[in-house]
Structure formats: structure tokens, C-alpha cells
Design a protein around this ligand. Sequence first.
Ligand code: E4P
Length: 219
Amino acid sequence: MKFFIDTASLDQIKEAKDLGILDGVTTNPSLMAKEGITGYDNIMKHYKDICDIVEDGDVSAEVISTDFNGIVEEGMRLADIAPNIVVKVPMIKEGIKAIAHFTEIGISTNCTLVFSAGQAILAAKAGATYLSPFIGRVDDINWDGVGLIEEIAEIYSIQGYETEILAASIRNSKHIVDSARAGADVVTCPLDAILGLLKHPLTDIGLEKFLADYRKGNQ
Ligand code: E4P
């Protein structure tokens, strides 16, 4: 399973990269705004900076147009930034048309804002490279986010779809473990959720004891 970080913070992307486990980055307009990145030129430059840090990992850059021509025009400009840009397109009728077009001309896509298995089937038919089911937001309305990943993974396996399931809207480390078990190909996570995977009290107690015993025998 690939690990992406879900942020537009260059510091957090660098920290995840330094950990040696980073396969890519996802962003969205809310994450860009959170970092104070506004205005077309600044946004384009920020994507370039992210791509430079990630090197050859995939970087999802989201369009803000909602009509076919606008999505295609914006997507082409985003794809020109770097070869590792993946054009992130919303799960709407015009978005599906645009994904099918991008698939035809060899541009990678990430179909975002996915909340059902039916949407997942449509995105796979259109040839999306990645599919982003938002599991945290599904949990927020008291449905089963990880269950949605399981359902999509089963359908994709039966049908032989090649679209990669990218579990998004991850809120904690358990979401990462559960997504891995449910058949996600990729998880995109906040840095805290990734670092949370390190934690176990028995690791801390065990390490403290090993170091104390070493110190006793090597005074
Ligand atoms: C995915 O690509 C989205 O950017 C993100 O995971 C949404 O997460 P949120 O529901 O925490 O905003």
C-alpha cells in the first residue's frame, strides 16, 4: 500500500519525505487555503514546490472548474507543471467526461469526493488512475467509511478494474490500518496519523529497559 500525505504544508511534506516512506501528496483547495496559498500564480508555484520535494511521487492538484471545457483547460495547465502531477477531478457528470478525456490523452487523474460504490464504478469505467473515497466524512454521517473501501475493493477485484483505491479523509492511525486490511491501494493521511502508527507503550517501556540495562553494564 502506498502512503501519500494529505497536506499543502511544505514542512510536513518534507518531514514525511525524510521518514523515507512517502509515495506522494494529495492537496485540495481547502488545504491550499489553510496554508495561505491564494492567487493563480502562487498556487501554480506551490504545486511546483511540492513536486520538487516529492521528486517522482504522484502529486494530486485539484481543478476548481465544474464544466467539461474548464476542467480540461485547467487540468492541462496543471499537468504541464511537472510529469508527476495527477489532475484531481470531482465526481460530477462533467468530471467523469473530463476523466475519460484525460484517460484518452494519457493524463493521470484522481477522481475525488467519492462516497458510494456506484460512483466508484463510474470513475473506473472512465479510466481514473486513482479513486478517492472520503472515509472520514462517511464516518461523520454515521455510515461506514472503511466498509465502503471494502465494497469498492471487492467490486474492482471482481471486475478487474485497474483504478487504484486511494482511501482519503483519513482522520487517525486506525483508519490507515483498517484501510490496508480493506484493500486500499493507497492511503492519503495527515502527518499525525502517519506518525501515530509508531506509537505503542510496550515499545517505549521495552526500549527504556534495554537502554537502562546497557547503561548498568557499561558504566
Ligand atoms: C483527499 O484527497 C482530500 O483532500 C482529503 O482527504 C479530505 O479530507 P477531510 O475530509 O479531512 O477534509
